[in-house]
Design a protein around this ligand. Structure first.
Ligand SMILES: Cc1ncc(COP(=O)(O)O)c(C=O)c1O
Length: 393
């Protein structure tokens, strides 16, 4: 079955009792038992719920594995993996540009209890190999990354990590299974902020963990029930609805991102464009190999001042200024003042994260409108500069 067919059919038969084409929302906390301890597969909705089970089945299918657990947020999903695999004294390796919430979880929750977080440029293979020890339990990567859309060689990282006995977790939020299949590249676990492209409509918060091997999955599944960070049935139903158009949406997001990247690249007020689809992007060659599309995100550095960035991001017609990404309605953000504001300026500079970087999450609008909106903003900056110049003449 092809991918788009699976988004609609995998784990989603019509509801058997009534024939309802779309399964109802099983909005229930508990289930009547036939006899004490005898149930029909469900006993309590923290442990399992039919709407959630359908969502877990389709997500597992789309990532090409047998096991999925859906959580109340992406960070709850990440936390279940970390809690399952990190004990005091254990080490985890993360890239320099890991998602800020993951970094906060590791440094503010796991480091204080004695876990060791080793941050390294995982693209520098020698440095990556050197940081692995016999205490390294996990290697955690995102690819493409946020906000510079760097691309890491997942196969190579997995081979090296496995040789030293560590498991590899890939955050596949940005690429989605439409464009990247981390299990085929060697990953042991995949995590998602379902909040983003998978749900796709900026109307819920949700996360997921997927695993190929039952032995790797079981500790996570145990924690899902034991710690209880489960999603509401309604949110699972919304994601099931969103997933049915995942491939269509991703194709549109990617087409829009490419059109925007090309338009921005040609503009004199743009210093640099970050999009893995551009041949000049440092991750282009790896992305061409390990992804089937370049994703829907674009970032760019304005050749201007921070004040100009602030006025640009605050006055777009179709790009709302906001923290998230991956929805049908376009969003943009100013990482230095928003998502990455908690990182000290000196470290931001070390990460190559300029104060004039703007991150775009093009939605599913028409690319002509989105490009025109961005060009209008750049023209406004040029006009303001021209105006200032003439005042001084
Ligand atoms: C790459 C990535 N992973 C994980 C998360 C956390 O997910 P959530 O916000 O659903 O908890 C985010 C959120 O922005 C993200 O961008």
């Amino acid at each position: 079955m092809e991918f788009s067919t699976r988004t609609i059919h995998a784990g989603q038969p019509s509801e058997p009792a009534t024939g309802s084409l779309i399964a109802p929302i099983f909005q229930t906390s508990t289930y009547e038992q036939d006899a004490p301890g005898v149930n029909r597969g469900f006993d309590y909705s923290r442990t399992n719920n039919p709407t959630r089970a359908r969502l877990e089945a389709v997500l597992a299918d789309l990532e090409g594995v047998a096991h999925a657990a859906v959580f109340g947020s992406g960070l709850a999903a990440e936390n279940a993996v970390l809690q399952a695999y990190l004990k005091p004294g254990d080490e985890i390796v993360i890239p320099l540009d890991v998602y800020g919430g993951t970094y906060r979880l590791l440094t503010k929750v796991y480091e204080p209890i004695g876990c060791v977080v080793r941050q390294v440029d995982v693209a520098d293979h020698a440095a990556f190999e050197a940081v692995l020890t016999d205490r390294t339990r996990l290697v955690w990567i995102e690819s493409p990354t946020n906000p510079r859309l760097l691309v890491y060689d997942i196969t190579r990282i997995c081979e090296t990590a496995h040789a030293s006995g560590a498991l590899v977790v890939v955050d596949n939020t940005f690429a989605t299974p439409v464009f990247q299949q981390p299990f085929q590249l060697g990953a042991d676990l995949v995590v998602h902020s379902v909040t983003k492209y998978l749900a796709g409509h900026s109307d819920l918060i949700q996360g997921a963990v997927l695993a190929r091997d039952l032995a790797v999955f079981e500790p996570v599944k145990f924690l899902q029930n034991a710690t209880g960070a489960v999603p509401a049935p309604f949110d699972c139903w919304l994601t099931l609805r969103g997933l049915k158009t995942l491939e269509l949406r991703m194709e549109r997001h990617a087409r829009n991102a490419e059109a925007i990247a090309l338009a921005l690249q040609a503009h004199p007020l743009v210093k640099q464009v970050f999009f893995p689809g551009l041949p000049g992007h440092p991750g282009h060659e790896i992305a061409s190999r390990q992804m089937t599309g370049f994703g829907g995100m674009v970032s760019f550095e304005l050749d201007g001042t921070v004040d100009e960035v602030v006025s640009f991001v605050s006055s777009r017609r179709f790009f709302a200024l906001g923290e998230s990404l991956g929805g049908v309605k376009s969003l943009l953000s100013h990482p230095a003042r928003m998502t990455h504001a908690s990182i000290p300026a000196a470290q931001r500079e070390k990460l190559g994260l300029s104060d004039t970087l703007i991150r775009l999450s093009p939605g599913c609008e028409h690319h002509k409108d989105l490009v025109a909106d961005l060009l209008t903003g750049l023209e406004a900056i040029a006009a303001a500069r021209q105006g200032e110049l003439s005042l001084h003449v």
